[in-house]
Design a protein around this ligand. Structure first.
Ligand code: UDP
Ligand code: MG
Length: 306
């Protein structure tokens, strides 16, 4: 059986269209299927649309979360309930064209546990989004030891084996494309043209994007922490010589009142470096404390899965 996990945040105007397209593609594949819509606290008519779709098609499941938990967590909720031998993760806004599912599925049959869809082009996304995404993935690639494929989102098909490992990864800061690379197995890609979203506007605010980026880096790299250590080291060495010089000037020369400017500069500069270091450590500590709290990852309001 094939499961499709589709996170939904304010996609009321897209759901019917996308679902029809999904259905006609899957029917060609000749496999049993289930579509799991995860409503991530939408404020529009999405949930009503999902219920209507579910009433007419018994292959449709839904999980209605109690509030907006964010895209990655919504996908995880869907994965937790997916029963398929293979699972497709895709967006609800038409940007991941359902027609590509066929390519993903056929490729996976060749014996790949992960087949991700790689964007050949990207329509409908702003210049800034493309540029920041491009740089982010290149920097991330440098900072981490795992290979996170460039120009891919979460649109992909993964084997049950991979889903089972994902369920056992307890971290709360989910960065699925990184986790899936980390898990390994045989991975392949198919290319596609990313379309513009059908209706509505992006649910990924700048804040959410930044959060995902920092989660991605902190989950897979300790380099920023090391950066704090390295700069701390460098500046303590400089500081040590500064102290020697200050003592020398104070004890053996007459002009020790001078140097106010350099003192101010030093204090401000070192202060800045310290704050930066503390800030970076804080980012990691806040994530540790998030994990130690051990709260449930999401809360379900209603579902038709039993
Ligand atoms: N989404 C979600 N929760 C959120 C934001 C987005 O479940 O907090 C869903 C959204 O409905 C869509 C997918 O995640 O199916 C991708 O989001 P979006 O299209 O807004 O992001 P973009 O394509 O602009 O990066
Ligand atoms: Mg989108």
């Amino acid at each position: 059986m094939l499961s499709l996990v589709i996170p939904v945040y304010n996609e009321g105007d897209n759901l019917e269209v996308v679902f029809e397209r999904v259905k006609s593609v899957i029917q060609k594949l000749n496999v049993g299927y289930e579509v799991i819509f995860v409503n991530d606290g939408s404020r529009d008519a999405s949930m009503g649309a999902i219920r209507r779709i579910a009433e007419h098609d018994r292959n449709v499941r839904f999980i209605d979360l109690s509030r907006n938990f964010g895209h990655q967590i919504a996908v995880c909720a869907g994965l937790d309930f997916a029963k398929g031998d293979k699972v497709v993760i895709m967006d609800a806004d038409g940007q991941d064209p359902p027609e590509i599912i066929e390519k993903l599925y056929l490729k996976s049959l060749e014996g790949f546990e992960v087949v991700y869809a790689k964007r050949r082009s990207r329509q409908g996304d702003g210049f800034l989004k493309k540029l920041t995404a491009k740089w982010f993935y290149r920097i991330l690639g440098r900072l981490t030891h795992i290979d996170i494929p460039l120009d891919t989102g979460d649109f992909r098909i993964i084997d049950k084996k991979v889903v089972e490992v994902l369920r056992r990864m307890p971290e709360r800061q989910k960065f699925l494309r990184g986790q899936i690379s980390w898990i390994g197995f045989r991975q392949a890609s198919v290319e596609f043209e990313r379309e513009a979203r059908l209706a509505g506007k992006t649910g990924y605010s700048l804040k959410k994007m930044l959060r995902l980026a920092i989660d991605g880096i902190t989950s897979f790299s300790n380099f920023p922490l090391r950066l704090a250590t390295i700069s701390g080291f460098l500046f303590s060495i400089v500081g040590f010589f500064l102290i020697l010089y200050t003592l020398y000037a104070r004890l053996f020369t007459d002009d020790y009142v001078a140097g106010w400017a350099s003192q101010m500069i030093t204090i401000v500069f070192i202060g800045g470096i310290q704050l930066l270091g503390i800030g970076i450590i804080g980012e990691y500590i806040s994530r540790i404390s998030d994990n130690v709290r051990n709260r449930p990852l999401y809360v379900i309001n209603d579902t038709n899965i039993n």
